[in-house]
Design a protein. Structure first.
Length: 509
């Protein structure tokens, strides 16, 4: 008798645990009493999650058959939550290969069920007319259903939840543009679904009977046009009435750049989202309820889902964001740590100065950098750099922070990503802006031999080709203003904290 028969916890493999849905699914599975293993290319990104100590992590990529085979060993249910969205012109072939490897290794390992979250496709529309994104998601579902392992394919349209790309796109378009000229797809009917209902379906699918091998549409109770979603969001957020003027001339490409300029979602992500809205995406069945019954009050309606998401944002309780996964095409090489590194030129800019504050006071300033707090030097230069990055397809500064006070490895931070964090001492950021090379920024809170607090800052750049060298030397004249100013202002801000001020002796006489 196996765990599925007795109701005992299942052994679950989660791919995509560093992403938006995967990072939320893992704690839900653990709460249900399941044991969880994560397959991750960069296990370090999972280190600081609250649930990290309760899981087993295997390093590997879904394109590596040996790594997938190792991860599948002893698994009952395998969750496939990865896709190659935005990785380049060949992403459909990458998705195809990864799905085949996953299905083959699941069958070889005796996995009892695969669960895949795909996209809702319009009924009656030939597949060749679908966006490449939706077409690939549909093909991955078919590959897994044909793998020989009983498979559940969940097909969702727009997912509404704090931090989701769809929600952030809706939120920023509505909040920032009281009057907007919009693409014609704002008239398309959509059936959005709350992220908590997506997670409920994913968790519940683990115990489906072995004879079930099919796709299920999942959605909320409301069918709305995107225009109605924007006006509905404005009402829930208590914003003035929005004026929306659809025009037929904005192509998917122009739409994605329009979204990229107004919202934190870059064009590489916005384009597949916009293309997916060209056709009506409405559920044609709710058969999932036979196997995962709807509890009272579920599925959540659109207004309730938006209200919950906004509350999470306002309470700074966003556990994962669309940017939790690395931005497509962003650099991922770790900082070279060998002092005699032979990988080529490595330019550095080092700043170090004493701080009239304790190390904990200095660390709070370091960890709070970015987002609404800014970068402590020449705001116009940072703003211009962010805008230039978005113009060339980068992420710019609009990603902000997941949490206003705390960072963890893997967090996106404006156009940086947290590569390493040693609480109280070191924060290392890896650049994800478009650059002719790789760049890092390190900030350290240290204590010197006399017990005084010191701030140490190091910017590093590994140029790619002649253009990379030219880039470094062209911007180096501004380093004193940007990096020097940053170091001085961080030190001053730490010294002005209430705790630091309270420790200073009161002048006499």
């Amino acid at each position: 008798m196996n765990a599925e028969d007795t109701g005992a916890g299942l052994r679950c493999l989660v791919t995509g645990a560093t992403g938006y849905i995967g990072g939320r699914l893992v704690p839900e599975l653990l709460a249900e009493g399941h044991r969880v293993r994560c397959l991750a290319r960069s296990p370090g990104k999972l280190r600081d999650h609250p649930w990290a100590g309760e899981t087993d992590v295997v390093r590997g990529d879904v394109l590596d058959g040996a790594a997938v085979a190792e991860a599948m060993r002893g698994i009952d249910v395998a969750y496939y939550l990865v896709h190659a969205l935005g990785t380049g012109a060949g992403f459909e072939e990458t998705d195809r290969r990864a799905a085949r490897i996953f299905g083959e290794q699941a069958r070889a390992a005796g996995v009892r069920r695969i669960v895949y979250l795909g996209g809702l496709t319009p009924k009656g529309v030939p597949e060749r007319e679908l966006s490449p994104h939706l077409r690939s998601r549909a093909e991955v579902g078919r590959i897994l259903l044909a793998s020989g392992v009983p498979t559940t394919v969940l097909r969702a349209a727009v997912v509404i939840g704090s931090g989701s790309a769809s929600f952030e796109m809706l939120r920023y378009l509505t909040e920032r543009l009281p009057v907007m000229v919009t693409p014609s797809w704002v008239r398309t009917r959509i059936q959005p679904v709350a992220v908590r209902d997506v997670l409920r379906a994913l968790v519940g699918s683990a115990r489906m009977p072995s004879e079930v091998n099919r796709a299920f549409d999942i959605g909320g109770p409301d069918v709305l046009t995107y225009r109605e979603m924007m006006t509905g969001y404005a009402a829930v957020a208590e914003l003035p009435r929005r004026i929306i003027l659809p025009v037929p001339v904005l192509t998917p490409g122009l739409s994605s750049h329009w979204v990229g300029l107004v919202t934190p979602v870059p064009a590489a992500i916005a384009r597949p989202l916009a293309e997916s809205l060209r056709h009506e995406v409405v559920c044609h069945e709710h058969d999932i309820a036979r196997y995962v019954p709807d509890p009272p009050g579920h599925p959540l309606g659109f207004d309730a889902a938006v209200r919950l998401a906004l509350q999470r944002v306002r309470d700074a309780q966003v556990t994962t964001r669309w940017s939790s996964a690395s931005f497509p095409g962003a650099p991922s090489d770790p900082l070279p740590t060998d002092p005699d590194w032979a990988g080529g030129s490595l330019y550095t800019d080092v700043r170090e100065l004493p701080v009239d504050a304790s190390r904990p006071d200095l660390w709070r300033v370091i960890e709070g950098i970015g987002g609404d707090n800014g970068w402590y030097s020449f705001p116009l230069a940072w703003a211009v750099r962010g805008r230039l990055d978005r113009l060339v397809g980068g992420v710019g500064l609009r990603r902000g922070r997941r949490d206003a006070a705390r960072l963890r490895v893997g967090d996106s931070l404006d156009f940086w990503r947290v590569e390493e964090i040693e609480p109280g001492r070191l924060l290392r950021l890896r650049a994800e802006m478009r650059l002719p090379g790789l760049a890092w920024l390190e900030m350290c809170a240290e204590t010197d031999d006399d017990g005084r607090t010191r701030y140490r800052q190091r910017a590093l750049f590994h140029p790619h080709g002649l253009l990379g060298h030219a880039y470094w030397w062209s911007v180096s004249p501004f380093h004193a203003l940007v990096f020097g100013g940053m170091a001085r202002n961080i030190a001053r801000t730490a010294a002005r904290t209430p705790a630091a001020t309270a420790r200073r002796p009161t002048p006499t006489g």
